[in-house]
Ligand binder design. Structure first.
Ligand code: FAD
Length: 299
């Protein structure tokens, strides 16, 4: 099945794109997570979202959820790891699953903070962003999982079933270590921030302030990956996707909105850009239809 629009991201930008595309009767698929966006949940009090003075992030999230539920919009839990422009459609890859869509709206948000030294250099040479996708490569090997969220613990457990040794390096405050520890007992936790990922042709080490560990692979589990890695050929400037006023990227049929399309980072700007991206995607689809009709008429 080929969707009209694939929306990657379930924060304010992605959801706004979804409702606006659905209103225009497009066949859409939305990738993200059931909790919508951690950045929504985490805000204690929001003072700048029009119409909802001092609403908590959680309450705003619930309002967004009610809105999409009322319109029958579902969130697909698959994390998209690669998007390829195939000419007249896009192929979206998530582990073993592949989805097709005529247009794509990127609404993946941004990961605050700089990449770890060596992360980008060794990407694809032992550094990966999806453990469940690449785990079979690390059978009986030593791996480190650098986790920026709790979901990383599930990925570490999955890897641990295959690898001979798994390290888990949490980049967030782990709570409930006594109760509800979701990590397998055999996983070694390193409660220190990594300084550098090192290697030669391939990765072979993660270093810390006063020590290092030897590894065959490193998985970095974040809420969002670099857009350049996600979509080969995408033009990026200062870690944001380059867009015009209609949220067009340099790739025809691919749009970007929200934090990933640049500052300011805000809910209302993200929702507004999601709206524009959806309208631009719909107009792109309409143009394709007109071109198709002209082609058929000329036959
Ligand atoms: P996000 O909300 O980051 O959503 C992106 C979504 O995409 C996430 O659900 C993520 O899981 C998903 N995703 C990413 N990659 C993939 C993938 N490959 N496949 C599938 N899904 C993917 N802004 C304000 O205006 N007012 C405030 O008061 C305010 N307070 C804040 C407080 C905190 C603590 C924080 C952290 C942020 C705050 N912000 C505030 C900023 C605001 O949260 C962001 O600007 C906004 O959430 C951006 O929306 P977005 O849709 O672009 O991205």
């Amino acid at each position: 099945m080929r969707y009209d629009i694939a929306i990657v991201g379930s924060g304010p930008a992605g959801l706004s794109a979804a409702i606006n595309a659905k209103i225009r009767n497009k066949n859409i698929i939305v990738f993200g997570n059931k909790g919508l966006s951690k950045k929504l949940e985490k805000a204690p009090k929001i003072k700048n979202y029009l119409g909802f003075y001092e609403i908590s992030g959680k309450d705003l999230k619930d309002k967004f959820k009610n809105h999409i539920d009322s319109m029958g919009i579902e969130i697909n839990n698959n994390k998209i790891t690669n998007i390829y422009a195939m000419g007249d459609y896009f192929a979206l890859v998530s582990g073993k699953n592949m989805f097709e869509a005529t247009t794509v709206i990127l609404a993946i948000g941004v990961q605050y903070g700089k990449p770890i030294k060596g992360e980008e250099e060794y990407l694809g040479r032992g550094v990966g962003y999806c453990a469940t996708c690449d785990a079979p490569l690390y059978k009986e090997k030593t791996v480190a999982v650098i986790g920026y969220n709790k979901e990383a613990e599930e990925e570490a457990n999955f890897l641990n079933e295959i690898a001979s040794k798994t390290y888990f390096i949490p980049m967030y405050k782990r709570e409930g270590l006594m109760r509800g520890n979701r990590l397998d007992d055999t996983i070694e936790i390193i409660n220190e921030k990594p300084v550098q990922i090192k290697g030669q042709t391939l990765v072979n080490q993660v270093s810390f302030k006063n020590k290092y560990i030897d590894v065959d692979g490193v998985f970095i589990i974040k809420d969002s990956a670099s857009p350049k890695t996600l979509v080969p050929g995408l033009e990026v400037e200062d870690s944001h996707v380059k867009v015009d006023v209609n949220m067009n990227t340099n790739i025809a049929g691919c749009f970007a909105c929200g934090d990933i399309a640049g500052k300011p980072y805000s809910y209302i700007k993200s929702a507004g850009q999601g709206h524009i991206a959806a309208i631009a995607a719909v107009s792109y689809l309409d143009q394709l239809k007109i071109q198709e009709k002209i082609k058929l008429d000329n036959l």
